[in-house]
Design a protein around this ligand. Structure first.
Ligand code: GDD
Ligand code: MN
Length: 409
């Protein structure tokens, strides 16, 4: 066979046939006979074809990478699968570690994203980067039990499921050593998620699942990609009812490193819910920006009033400083909330503030100009100021989305 023919369609068909012939699914018999001793190769992946891709989002998971790979290989055998780490430029060098390993192990890949953050969007990009017919998503910290992967794959390849959820709640599953408040929060989120879910799933918050590529193909354009809940995003986006299977597992403690989830996960979850409900009509980022702008008006007015009434300064000075104060306030909140996934820090924060102010200066000039014009033409001071703020706000949104936080959804 010539080299070029390796890429012929016929040749691929032939390989698929060969692959099928050599496939074994020993987790039904052998697994039960011999147990699931760690390190025991189950050779479920006898096929030389790529059958499964495991997408692992990472942020500062350096010390978990090798252990995860070791355990995956112990469970899945040597061939037929790959791992894609999607790393958001972790300062601890996770991406470098993955690439070091990948030079010898070509089934390991690294997708490094720079200047971005976000678990969901990382998973989406990882899933899009593979050609495998079946895709799994799991965390890097070994909290997800990799030994159930063969069962999940069987649910898809043999059971015909579209999507399999690794669930912590149904019989046999467990949340491990979670504290009370984390358990309560997780349950509350699960309850509210029912509002946007079309099908009942016992653990829609799970970060551990497997799906057929076609599920991704049919939902990817509608995904919000906001926050942590990628599975919920997929479930809420799917138009057709999916055949869903659930595989219980015990949620383990983290192997190394620490959780990236903080209180802000509630906010991100709110953004996802909002996007899935009102997002159809108006972009959720605009809603957030507008609400923050509304709060900015109060800040503006507080500064304006205290300067006008308290310090007795002139209207022009008061309106100008109030505009600047509101600008800093708006920038800070938008950076924390609206553009959380592209949050600017340290130097970038100051640069961002600078560009925010430069970009908005035209808006601010229009703001002050219009307000002064109206004020001098017998418009009441409050109305004059508000009109100025409105013009400034429209400018702020359009211009800063583009220049301060870059273009995006
Ligand atoms: N690329 C990228 N970008 N990866 C991230 C980011 C990010 O901004 N934030 C977190 N990760 C990675 C972590 O490195 C880890 O591999 C995985 O996403 C999960 O993050 P953890 O910080 O370990 O989250 P958790 O254990 O508290 O919660 C997880 O498990 C829950 C139960 O399955 C998340 O997956 C939750 O969504 C899930 O409900
Ligand atoms: Mn974790």
């Amino acid at each position: 066979m010539t080299k070029a023919s390796r890429f012929d369609a016929d040749h691929r068909e032939q390989r698929i046939e060969e692959g099928k012939g050599s496939r074994r699914f020993p987790w039904h018999e052998e697994n039960h006979q011999h147990g699931q001793a760690l390190g025991e190769k189950m050779n479920i992946m006898d096929s030389s074809l790529l059958r499964l891709s495991i997408v692992v989002p990472t942020f500062n998971e350096l010390r978990n990478v090798r252990e995860l790979l070791r355990r995956l290989e112990a469970t899945l055998g040597a061939t037929g699968w790959e791992v894609i780490f999607v790393d958001d430029d972790s300062p601890d060098g996770t991406a470098t570690e993955v690439r070091d390993i990948a030079q010898a192990e070509t089934w390991v890949r690294c997708l490094q994203r720079v200047g971005r953050r976000g678990l969901s969007s990382a998973c989406i990009e990882g899933m899009l980067a593979t050609s495998a017919p079946t895709i799994a998503v799991m965390d890097a910290d070994l909290q997800h039990d990799e030994t159930v992967l063969p069962r999940m794959l069987a649910e898809i390849e043999q059971g015909g499921a579209d999507l399999v959820v690794g669930t912590r709640y149904s019989a046999g599953g467990s949340t491990g050593d979670w504290n009370k408040s984390r358990k309560a929060m997780s349950q509350l989120a699960t309850m509210t998620s029912r509002a946007i879910l079309k099908q009942p799933v016992s653990d829609p918050m799970s970060g551990f699942f497997m799906l057929q590529r076609k599920v991704l193909d049919s939902t990817v354009r509608g995904l919000s990609g906001l926050g942590f809940k990628i599975l919920l995003d997929i479930l809420a986006t799917a138009k057709q009812p999916l055949r869903i299977a659930e595989v219980p597992y015990r949620f383990r403690d983290r192997f190394a490193g620490e959780s990236k989830l903080d209180e802000m996960v509630i906010w991100e979850y709110g953004m996802l819910l909002a996007d899935k409900t009102i997002g159809r009509f108006v972009p959720v980022r605009f809603v957030t920006f507008a609400i923050i702008g509304g709060l900015g008006v109060f800040v503006h007015m507080a500064i304006l009033v205290s300067e006008l009434k308290g310090l007795k300064v002139g209207f022009t000075t008061a309106q100008s400083t109030a505009t600047a104060g509101a600008m800093v306030f708006n920038y800070t909140l938008n950076n924390l909330l609206t553009y959380r996934d592209r949050r600017l820090r340290r130097w970038a924060w100051f640069k961002g503030l600078f560009s925010f102010m430069i970009a908005c200066s035209i808006g601010a000039l229009a703001n002050i100009g219009i307000a002064i014009y109206l004020f001098e033409n017998r418009t009441q001071w409050l109305l004059a100021a508000l009109s100025g703020v409105l013009v400034g706000a429209v400018w702020n949104y359009a211009v800063t989305q583009l220049y301060t936080w870059g273009k995006g959804k």
